[in-house]
Design a protein around this ligand. Structure first.
Ligand code: BES
Ligand code: ZN
Ligand code: MN
Length: 493
């Protein structure tokens, strides 16, 4: 069956951000001076502490004061809190507050502060803070980056070399996060599993990735009953996209990444209601998108670990051919699953890939998925749930989350709830009881990792933001992208 496509043409935004380092260049629209608690505004700002205070400014993080002169760039005082506690997270936030205080300005400058944070981490935080705060995915050629074309990082002569080297890293992290936002933000009708496969094939060579796309026939051969089962209701074919990054030289370790790629989650025959939360179910491939985005920059960032990504892509649609409630499917590896609820589809597609990941030599498996509404209810939109079977790997994930300010909180992989997944007809049912939904979903996934070190990241809450705050903008967040990059760069077997 073919249909005339009513959709706008698919394109990813391309506008580049130019970052310079050193003296304040000409043509800047607004320049930020960060003021720390108990300190005077920098002399270069030309404003006294008394005057700033009389205008309602103090140095708390989140405070800004925009000063308009007769000509030249706007001068913006930006609260930095205590200088001694200004780590990368604080500096990223501070610069994001600046970027939002002057929403109409296209070319920004930040006078880099001296803190105990290294020059390079300060540079990366500043680029992320400005670029990610401003960036929002929009359909069409124009306006996707809410106008930020230039960022000048003002620093002393002596810091220029270190700063310049870090600019490359900052821009790569931003580029990847923007890509993840774009992918998750693109409506399901425009970004199909097939299309995502094409994008991966197109981006692979430049990014130094081997890319393989497995279609329906190959998935049948592999016995991926979870992905095939969920795809039954869709007129769009499924795709498993396998990405391999091999570093030059002996890898420091082998990491497998498994991503949920539900291009649109209608719930299957267990159709979702038409409320606003479910209108964003196009983002149900945010896990797969974060992996693809992260992997496109590993080579340029000099990653020394070998990384294999499995993106499990399909719609979850209702139709006459859709999986029925009560159907039983055979997953990769032979385990059978009784489908109690077709809306618990993420764990079905993930199970196949987890098995495939265990079949290759791998030191650790990390999966990332918009898996449960319960994760959103439990931890809100800012913190992702993490569960796993290996403390050392969990600690690596937590350390990366902390460094990039993509916060995670560990929930217990409580085996006491495992009986809720027992089926009388099959090896497992795909849904637990009414409570602890994030935990029972993770317990389901655990059945497919064969005891290998594994951490599951549930980004159902964090993939989308309804407010612009700090590095997040309204819309898809790209959450997980920088976490996965940091994890791969620091990965130890
Ligand atoms: N993609 C959803 C999870 C989700 C829900 C993300 C709301 C963001 C907001 C997932 O496929 C789903 O539908 N999960 C069900 C599982 C249930 C049927 C066991 C859920 O969480 O309600
Ligand atoms: Zn889903
Ligand atoms: Mn669902």
């Amino acid at each position: 069956m073919t249909h005339a496509a009513p959709y706008p043409p698919f394109s990813l935004p391309t506008r580049e951000l130019a970052v310079t380092v050193g003296e304040l260049p000409d043509g800047i629209d607004a320049a930020a001076h960060i003021v720390f608690s108990g300190e005077q505004p920098p002399a270069a700002s030309g404003i006294s502490a008394e005057r700033a205070a009389s205008l309602g400014f103090d140095a708390a993080v989140g405070k800004t004061l925009v000063l308009v002169g007769p000509d030249g760039p706007l001068t913006v005082l930006v609260g930095g809190g205590d200088r001694s506690t200004a780590d990368a997270t604080v500096l990223r936030d501070v610069v994001s507050h600046f970027a939002r205080a002057v929403p109409g300005q296209d070319r920004l400058a930040v006078v880099l502060p001296q803190t105990s944070t290294s020059v390079s981490d300060t540079v990366v935080a500043a680029i992320e803070g400005a670029a990610l705060a401003r960036y929002v995915y929009r359909i069409g050629e124009d306006g996707p980056d809410a106008k930020l074309s230039a960022l000048a990082l003002v620093c002393d002569e002596g810091a220029v070399a270190e700063a310049e080297a870090a600019v490359v890293r900052g821009l790569l992290l931003v580029k990847a996060t923007k890509l993840a936002r774009d992918l998750a933000g693109t409506p399901g009708g425009m970004l199909t599993a097939t299309k995502l496969g094409e994008i991966a094939l197109e981006m692979g060579p430049d990014a130094g990735l081997e890319v393989q796309v497995f279609g329906e026939e190959e998935l049948v051969e592999l016995g991926c009953g979870g992905l095939l089962g969920i795809n039954l209701g869709s007129v769009e074919p499924p795709a498993m996209i396998k990405l391999v990054y091999r570093p030059e030289g002996e890898p420091t370790g082998k990491l497998a990444l498994v991503g949920k790629g539900i291009m649109y989650d209608a719930g299957g025959l267990a159709l979702k209601p038409g409320d606003e939360v479910h209108a964003v179910m196009k983002n149900d491939m945010a896990g797969a998108g974060a992996i693809l985005a992260a992997m496109t920059v590993l080579k340029d960032l000099g990653c020394q670990a070998q990384v294999t990504g499995y993106l499990m892509c399909t719609d979850n649609m209702p139709s006459g051919s859709a999986l029925r409630l009560g159907d039983i499917v055979a997953m990769r590896g032979g385990k059978t699953v009784e489908v109690i609820n077709t809306d618990a589809e993420g764990r079905m597609v993930m199970g196949d890939a987890l098995v495939l990941a265990t079949e290759e030599p791998v030191d650790a498996i990390v999966d990332i998925a918009t898996l449960t509404g319960a994760a959103l209810r439990t931890l809100g939109t800012d913190i992702a749930a993490v569960l796993g079977n290996n403390e050392a790997l969990m600690n690596q994930v937590k350390a990366s989350a902390e460094r990039v300010d993509e916060p995670v909180w560990e929930l217990p992989l409580a085996n006491r709830y495992r009986p809720e997944l027992d089926s009388t007809l099959a090896d497992l049912r795909n849904m637990g009881g009414a409570n602890a939904g994030t935990i029972t979903a993770a317990l389901f996934l655990q059945e497919f990792v064969a005891g290998k070190p594994w951490v599951h990241i549930d980004i159902a809450g964090t993939a989308q933001s309804w407010t612009a705050s700090k590095w997040r903008n309204k819309g898809t967040t790209g959450f997980g992208t920088r976490l996965l990059i940091d994890l791969a760069l620091n990965f130890k077997a």
